[in-house]
Design a protein around this ligand. Structure first.
Ligand SMILES: Cc1cc2nc3c(=O)[nH]c(=O)nc-3n(C[C@H](O)[C@H](O)[C@H](O)COP(=O)(O)O)c2cc1C
Length: 472
């Protein structure tokens, strides 16, 4: 399995086609040596600049001189983050890594360069993209890459067979690293990639978030580097747990796959529910058992933010949220809710809230006890299904995406049906997307190890968690 690391900084230091960077990374055996390697490369970057400073050149001339070197030494901030992530992917079983600099392809495009890029892309099983935050969003090199991929048929076909994760480097804390990652995630989802964030061991869910600024500063952001390491590990782990290149839809499974569909919001005519039921009636593959939960009709109590969920140390099948009302949806259905291999959050999105029944927000916040129960809802293929009136513009698919990535799921392209004057504009296409979701869900092995949830930022929860663990 090959993870292709792409660096999208205009300050990239590594662009040699020989790829010495990968050879060097493969020789590094532990994190200490990796730190040493990175710090050394940064020193090289600085000494290159210092040598130029000795010459009496203008800033522009120095810049041109720097661009002339062979691209086989030094590291920019985006590359630093990428190096940590790639190296950690490599530590996972069956993973190989490759590297590509976008500045070498898209700064001055030629046909040869584009072919080189395309060849690398078509060869990868996962893409790890690291780039700068510019105005709370990506830079132009990433944008150009996305445009190129979207204009090439072969690349678009290949995109469906790969995983994607991102790393974003800004000069400031909260400088837009998360927004950059979310927007990019949407682009890659739209291309058909399956998108993941980082692992469980850090708190930045959308991928790596690094604070840098001046050249060489990324390495000083210890927590940022951890988020990069975690993203790299996650991509390696999930690649080993998903088989995007195999078509398993025809193979008869001994135990059928279970897919839950939670309808969180619908209109008075229950159109979203009806559409989903008609999709299921048309779906003939016996390998999947669906359960549909009409959540909008239920009583879903609000989370009381008690911070101690799950309330006891016990089996995951047991309902362990503090809310004990007999009619509560989670209390009534806990076992069925968690007994699934993949799931979809569905909703009707209207231009107004007249005749809309919704338990959307309560439902999302209540899933907290599942997250805190060692990510019970995680590692599954998930998507959103939105029946949206044209002009509703409520971005529910994006909100679902950002909530689900906190459960550490594998995201599938949002399924959006548009309704205009009582017509479903793109329904035929949606049928295909739904089948595609189901076929992809069959490819996730759901065999990753359970990971322990550790409360971060909650001292009381942490103490309670450790006490219960001791007692159990
Ligand atoms: C045009 C431009 C816009 C930028 N916008 C932001 C921003 O919105 N937020 C932020 O934190 N940093 C911003 N930065 C700073 C870069 O993200 C930062 O320098 C980062 O280290 C760049 O990565 P690199 O060193 O790998 O090129 C901006 C830089 C440039 C040149």
């Amino acid at each position: 399995m090959l993870v292709l690391g792409i660096s999208a900084s205009l300050r990239n230091k590594r662009f040699s086609y020989k790829n010495e960077l990968i050879d060097d990374l493969k020789k590094i055996k532990n994190l200490e040596d990796l730190d040493f390697f990175v710090k050394n490369q940064i020193k090289i970057t600085f000494s290159d600049i210092e040598k130029l400073n000795e010459k009496k050149l203008s800033f522009e001339e120095k810049y041109k001189e720097l661009k002339k070197h062979k691209g086989n030494r030094g590291l920019s901030n985006s590359e630093t983050a990428l190096v940590y992530a790639l190296w950690n992917s490599l530590q996972e079983e069956n993973i190989n890594i490759d590297y590509l600099s976008l500045s070498n392809i898209f700064e001055n495009e030629t046909e040869d360069k584009l072919n080189h890029f395309k060849k690398k892309f078509l060869n990868c099983d996962a893409l790890l993209l690291s780039g700068p935050v510019y105005f709370g969003d990506r830079g132009s090199l990433t944008q150009r890459m996305i445009e190129f991929l979207n204009s090439d048929k072969e690349c678009m076909l290949h995109a469906k067979k790969i995983l994607y994760a991102g790393l974003a480097v800004g000069a400031k804390r909260n400088g837009g690293q998360e927004t950059t990652l979310i927007f990019q995630a949407l682009d890659f989802l739209n291309m058909g990639c399956k998108v993941i964030g980082n692992g469980h061991d850090t708190t930045a869910q959308y991928g790596g978030t690094i604070v840098a600024g001046d050249i060489g500063k990324a390495v000083k952001d210890d927590y940022g580097i951890k988020t990069a390491l975690s993203t790299g590990k996650n991509i390696g782990e999930i690649l080993n747990n998903i088989d995007l290149n195999k078509d398993l839809s025809e193979k008869e499974l001994k135990v059928p796959h279970k897919c839950n569909i939670f309808i969180l919001q619908d209109n008075k005519q229950e159109e979203c529910t009806k559409i989903i039921k008609s999709l299921l009636n048309n779906y003939k593959n016996k390998n999947i058992n669906f359960k549909v939960f009409e959540v909008y009709k239920e009583e879903v109590h609000k989370c009381i933010a008690c911070d101690v969920c799950p309330i006891s140390y016990d089996a995951s099948q047991k309902y362990r949220c503090i809310i004990n009302n007999k009619e509560d949806f989670f209390k009534k259905n806990h076992e069925d809710i968690v007994d699934c291999d993949s799931f979809i959050f569905a909703a009707y999105s209207g231009t107004n809230f007249i005749n809309i029944k919704s338990n959307y927000q309560q439902f999302i916040e209540r899933t907290r006890y599942l997250r805190r129960d060692n990510y019970l809802f995680g590692r599954k293929l998930v998507s959103s299904f939105i029946l949206s009136e044209v002009n509703s513009n409520r971005n529910l698919h994006i909100r679902i995406l950002t909530s689900l990535i906190r459960h550490h799921n594998i995201l599938f392209k949002p399924i959006l049906v548009f309704k205009n004057a009582n017509m479903y504009i793109n329904f035929e296409n949606i049928k295909k997307q739904f089948i595609d979701f189901c076929n992809t869900a069959l490819k996730v092995k759901n065999k990753t190890q359970e990971v322990e949830y550790k409360p971060v930022g909650y001292e009381i929860s942490l103490e309670e968690h450790l006490n219960r663990k001791k007692l159990s």
